[in-house]
Design a protein around this ligand. Structure first.
Ligand SMILES: Cc1cc2nc3c(=O)[nH]c(=O)nc-3n(C[C@H](O)[C@H](O)[C@H](O)COP(=O)(O)OP(=O)(O)OC[C@H]3O[C@@H](n4cnc5c(N)ncnc54)[C@H](O)[C@@H]3O)c2cc1C
Ligand code: SF4
Length: 316
């Protein structure tokens, strides 16, 4: 493992300034993803900025009737929060579908959003991977692609975004709040936060090098019946092959976001409008333009059937 320096910071401004000051610096929060990647030589930061002392571990109510979740709120605490369980049950269900109890106790909100792909070639440093080493090629295109993206990929990369929490947050229209070294702050809707790979699969999100996540905001509750269904190879401790986050109202309207299908949580607002017509209509719109491989074409009917099961009242 490459040697690196380490500092603990006490404020978000100090963290952003440390990122701006030191080339090759990275934030460390729970460390459950970053440390694994460092041990495997996939990530090699020169400097680690430990944000665990920032105190951003609270969930507060916003003036708009929503919630503002500090980046250091642990996944377990988010899932257990009484307001989230009552008003955003989709989020509790998605978080609890991820990882294991031990990991969720450590994993943070910001770290979860920024977890990296589980493409097997990204983890195999003997293989070409444009995401790990830009310009080296993509082993998945001619290799095993069963877990990989059916839509949103490119000729440079077909990796999926692996997480669960962000899929629920996409359906809930969450936004990410950030701060930069010069003190500027912004709020980025989750849909705009993640980038599709295009020709630069190593650029996965909208964050600048000196920018960190401070909070995630949820708009006022939208109600409805909220379901998160995750289909995976093992019943626990496995990433989604396909996941479906659904909010459904009694008049048949609603929202749907998919995980495991694309390089980011996948939602097409036009597809939401077709919800009353059923799963086939929704998935036809959501996955128009899909370009699956022979290995992963099964994900399209699987997503449709998972949604149909929910819409017929047999979710989870
Ligand atoms: C065995 C195993 C199984 C798993 N299964 C699942 C699963 O089924 N579903 C699922 O969703 N997840 C799963 N995970 C992933 C897990 O959810 C993530 O590892 C975890 O959420 C990352 O959070 P963290 O705080 O530990 O992040 P870290 O590892 O500390 O950081 C992750 C990344 O985020 C960056 N970062 C962290 N905080 C900030 C911030 N505030 N601003 C800017 N950058 C930041 C870091 O620099 C790093 O690049 C699994 C992980 C493991 C090890
Ligand atoms: S799909 Fe993406 S992450 Fe996987 S090998 Fe290709 S470039 Fe790397």
């Amino acid at each position: 493992m490459k040697s690196f320096s380490y500092e603990r910071v006490a404020t978000a401004a100090e963290a952003a300034s440390a990122l701006g000051r030191t080339k090759g610096a990275k934030i460390i929060a729970g460390g459950t993803n970053l440390l694994d990647l460092m041990k495997l030589g996939i990530e090699a930061p020169d400097h680690l900025v430990d944000v665990n002392g920032l105190g951003l571990d609270k969930i507060e109510e916003t003036a708009e009737g929503g919630l503002r979740i500090g980046t250091l709120v642990r996944n377990t605490d988010m899932a257990a929060d009484a307001r989230i369980r009552a008003d955003y049950p989709l989020l509790t269900r998605a978080v609890l579908a991820g990882a294991s109890g031990q990991l969720r106790n450590k994993a943070t909100t910001g770290g979860n959003l920024l977890q990296r792909t589980r493409c097997p070639y990204f983890y195999d440093t003997a293989m070409p991977c444009n995401k790990r080493k830009p310009g080296s090629g993509c082993a998945a295109l001619s290799g095993a692609s069963r877990q990989l993206a059916v839509i949103g990929g490119s000729e440079a990369c077909i990796a999926t975004y692996p997480g669960d929490m962000a899929v629920a947050m996409r359906a809930l229209d969450a936004a990410v709040e950030t701060v930069r070294a010069d003190g500027t702050t912004r709020s980025i809707p989750l849909d705009q936060f993640y980038h599709l790979p295009g020709t630069s699969p190593d650029v996965e999100n909208d964050l600048a090098a000196d920018e960190l996540i401070t909070h995630v905001t949820l708009p006022a509750p939208v109600g409805g019946e909220q379901t998160y269904t995750k289909i995976r190879d093992r019943a626990s401790y496995a990433f989604a092959l396909v996941s479906v986050a659904v909010i459904r109202h009694s008049d048949g309207s609603g929202r749907v976001a998919f995980g495991g299908m694309a390089p980011k949580p996948w939602r097409a607002e036009e597809a939401d409008a077709a919800m009353a017509k059923g799963a086939e209509a929704v998935t036809e719109i959501a996955f128009a333009g899909a370009n699956p491989t022979e290995d992963n074409a099964f994900k399209l009917p699987l997503a449709q059937r998972a949604l149909a099961k929910i819409l017929h009242g047999k979710g989870e």
